[in-house]
Design a protein around this ligand. Sequence first.
Ligand SMILES: *Cc1c(COP(=O)(O)O)cnc(C)c1O
Length: 959
Amino acid sequence: MTAHRKSNGDTATFVRRHIGPSAPDVAAMLETVGAKSVDALMGETLPASIRQVAPLDLGKPLSETEAIAHMGELAAQNQVFTSLIGQGYSGTILPAVIQRNILENPAWYTAYTPYQPEISQGRLEALFNFQTMICDLTGLDVANASLLDEATAAAEAMALAERHSQVKAKAFLVDKDVHPQTLAVMRTRAEPLGWNLIVGDPLADLDKADVLGALLQYPGTSGAVRDLRQAIATLRAKGALAIVAADLLALTLLASPGELGADIAIGSAQRFGVPMGYGGPHAAYMAVRDALKRSLPGRIVGLSVDSRGAPAYRLALQTREQHIRREKATSNICTAQVLLAVIASMYAVYHGPEGLAQIARTVHRRTAVLAAGLRKLGFAPQSESFFDTVTVDAGAHRNAIVARATSERINLGLGGAGLRIALDETTTPATIEAVWRAFGGTLSYAEIDAATRETLPDALKRTTGFLTHPVFHAHRSETEMLRYMRKLSDRDLALDRAMIPLGSCTMKLNATTEMMPLTWPEFATLHPFAPREQAAGYHALFARLEKWLCDITGYDAISLQPNSGAQGEYAGLLAIRGYHSSRGESHRKICLIPSSAHGTNPASAAMVGMDVVVVACEKNGDVDVNDLRAKAEKHSNDLAAVMITYPSTHGVFEEHIREICDIVHDHGGQVYLDGANLNAQVGLSRPGDYGADVSHLNLHKTFCIPHGGGGPGMGPIGVKAHLAPFLPSHPENRHPATNADAPVGPVSAAPFGSASILTISYIYILMMGGEGLKRATEIAILNANYVAARLEPHFPVLYKNAKGRVAHECIVDPRQLKTTSGVTVDDIAKRLIDYGFHAPTMSFPVPGTLMIEPTESESKAELDRFCDAMIAIRKEIAEVESGRFKIEASPLRHAPHTVHDIADDNWTRAYTRAEGCFPAGTSRTDKYWCPVGRVDNVYGDRNLVCSCPPVSDYAEAAE
Ligand SMILES: *Cc1c(COP(=O)(O)O)cnc(C)c1O
């Protein structure tokens, strides 16, 4: 084992590092909550009828050192070939300064989605840079802050086109030169909605086609660079929408999709520094013309102003979120790929426009030399114009060439009849000479180079500038780059500073050991479509992880394909749909969803063509079983499924879960159990045992994948055996559990989703073992009950079970205080920033309340610090109630406080600057200063700015 694979610090097991409270802490906390023992508390929290009987047996847990050694063995089973496969994935060089200071830096990777903009200005700026980069390169007006992958971005673009097209026909043309996985994912998306996909040649087939839009790939998957202007003009003349899937590096040299007339551009930002990782994670992008911006799926960062009128970033147009639009939402995307978008944006900051163009020119030059050599050897490329990829017809020599390439440790692209060779930033002249040898000739790169001219068509050369903003010019030295990234991360509050008590988000420890292997080359550099035998280590990991997740959930089969929880919901509902139609019951389309459900649930149901029927909740938060029964009866003939979250989104284990499952099954429906709250169940109860048929498991919640500031994530689904045939398949890499005619297509571009981060969850389970995982669940529940017990005298705790217990989270309800003092849930959330905390989840699932989920990883000391802050805030509210000042004049309403406040020479407020900036119990020495005051959301949505504004706007902010 090489030195970098050693880890230290395991004098005892990892379990006691992962879990916050010590044994004496646990005893003290049990006393506070009034429980005799942890066991007794579990008995009071979970219904006896669902308790797991057999203990979880996942093998002996490994220490951190042993786990790293084990990962080294798995890594050694993966073979790192040079992949020239292309098809949307390229080798790339992640600058070391970005790898260490972003990808391997908890200040970036442990942050949450920037819903609290005041504590997220750093990553919001990085995402704003990403959007600016995408707008510049694509030549379009507004870009979002990432989507899950290129194939799902294409499907989202098609759905957007369907909403906006003036063409009534439900047909859509897909370029025959598109990546096959993109086409497959689009087929999966189109089929339930009854849209007809036509695969054709956009240069020949568009005139006669009655289509609502088309997706054109630029350059094509074959490598061909075609002039798409005519095709786009034809589409737009009909009132149809033109979507271009474009390669970002190519766009530094080629005319942009916007200049060609496109309405929408999509693609992947992977080759901007993000390792292939055997499929991911990577950020996809989407950009649109201004007229379409209010339909753009995913999150958009916009510029607004703060309470002092200074520019401040925040997520724009939040009213379009699924939580508000539910089944009418534009898409179900929630977790996206923030960390990877940040890396891609930093790659552009690091290289700048000249640097990117230089990389592109070198790659193109090498491709031109490669093509000239191949021509000399009798294999002329199929297209005269290309950027970095050529396809040749190898005829009868094909197998021999592939075999020789393999012996050179090179993977060629095998799609279709031809052989594809795709170059990238990492390709050397030596690699090109090796390719020529595979094609049967010994040629010198230098000689061919001297005789080659370039091949980009003049009409398609880029003439417009890009990345003109100073941020893409000012950080060229490593010192400047390092400090820029440090400056941004210092603006943010992530788990490396304080607990993030976000209910439903499970912000637990992301242990360093869990994070280490994913950047090892044996995991990071594999192409997702590399031959399976080169990824034996990965497949051993997948098989064991699937087995463990089955043991944990009681399901029979797992798909590791979905890239987020919401994508898992979509995959699970597709499985239910596939099952019904296999039994001749494709009319089953009603999906029952409780009113308290997470917004992605109804949005996912709509995506698979189901009709949502809302089920009421009772006063105590439980699903109203009578209403559920009545609706199941009413829709008995057409009932497809219920989607239910357990423990409920209210953070309570409802007694009736088995009964709910039985009712739905009696009416022929399937039970989709949203597993986002699995952190309350692992080792204690299994959805597969008490009646659920399918669940997604948010690995970025329960199983330690960090949230990355809003992604990556992984949402594998578990299913009972009868649904296993309907798990998502994939055209490029058939899993043994699926087969050639699998009824359900892929939901992600890569067969195992974001494979490289599965290592994190794998190592977590490896080091915890069954007992440790159960202990984690118990302490998560204890911590939540402890917070509830401490806060209850000050804020009502909204929902509990009959024995007065909450599950792994609790909702505190300040709505009454609004009547007595005028304080809003926003005021409390922003005031918590002054105390050095990230707010709990606001207004979900109950408007006007706060949902707190401490997780097992927070120590008693940190829980106390948080509870003390909440109690101190309650005292501040009491001061408003008692008339010391009006709410408008209180530190609550002026929160969060900034250095601009403490340095204010004209301080005229009703409280002192110290009261504002250093509230009771906080440390002056270790103060977290958020860079901006409260951000004005309404202003930002009225004046939508989503890419870098003129520099003058920043001048004032920098003062
Ligand atoms: C987080 C969450 C989801 C969605 O997961 P993403 O990975 O963000 O798509 C769905 N349901 C519930 C209850 C959740 O908490």
